[in-house]
Design a protein around this ligand. Structure first.
Ligand SMILES: [Mg+2]
Length: 243
């Protein structure tokens, strides 16, 4: 019986990649660099590939010949990025608020958590404006992982590490087998397995997010998502199935 649901945020609740594309398009124009992508999917493929390599988003800036030093918080890219974000607040994915309402209405016993590798500062505005922040009993972010890390480095603790999932299960008070993990990446899938030794959460892959159905349906090694959905309303049907 389903007792808890852990949601990823970027690419699952908030269409962050769409804004990344808008930002890079804007920043390229500002720096007189040509935009080399024909469509959103072109950019998505490039972006996902480069951020999966060591160096992460810095690779995207470098290959697009855009001025940025991710390690230098005084670099002028940061105020420009924050100004862009404040002028372009992100809305939730279409139907997400309704889907969460519907899920909450299905069972009073369900408890929800939000587990993101992003910072609270980056996501809070969208969750507040979307009217859903109070739906989550607990939110784990990169800030949480930094606090928990022995040397203050949150990177090794991010998904696919199971650390944040195990932390969340503890806070929600649910067992892996009665908890659904909703995510849009293979890292989310991997973080759902090998929990508390060798236990697994139920998993649903959001194909509308960063990596898409082709990648998510292949899984990772022998791991597969239990369910895949194409939009927010699909989540409600999956929750009903597992209740
Ligand atoms: Mg995500």
């Amino acid at each position: 019986m389903l007792k808890g649901i852990i949601f990823d945020c970027d690419g699952t609740i908030i269409p962050t990649l769409e804004r990344q594309e808008s930002w890079f398009r804007f920043y390229s124009k500002r720096n007189n660099q040509p935009w080399r992508f024909n469509c959103f999917d072109d950019f998505k493929e490039f972006y996902n590939d480069r951020v999966s390599r060591p160096g992460n988003v810095q690779n995207v800036y470098d290959e697009l010949s855009l001025p940025c030093d991710m390690s230098d918080k005084s670099h002028p890219v940061w105020p420009a990025y924050e100004q862009f974000n404040s002028e372009n607040p992100l809305e939730l994915y279409p139907g997400m608020r309704q889907a969460l309402d519907d899920i909450m209405a299905l069972s009073s016993g369900l408890v929800l958590g939000l587990n993101t590798s992003n910072s609270m500062r980056s996501i809070k505005g969208s969750l507040v404006e979307g009217g859903i922040i109070s739906y989550f009993k607990h939110i784990i972010t990169s800030d949480t992982l930094r606090e928990k890390s022995p040397d203050g480095d949150c990177e090794p603790l991010k998904k696919p590490n199971t650390f944040s999932i195990e932390l969340m299960l503890g806070v929600l008070g649910t067992e892996p087998e009665e908890t659904l993990h909703v995510g849009d990446t293979i890292a989310d899938l991997r973080a759902s397995h090998g929990v508390h030794g060798n236990r697994s959460l139920l998993t649903v892959g959001a194909c509308y997010g960063y990596e898409g159905s082709e990648i998510l349906s292949k899984g990772y090694g022998g791991l597969r998502f239990d369910e895949l959905v194409d939009d927010a309303s699909g989540l409600v049907a999956v929750v009903k199935k597992f209740l």
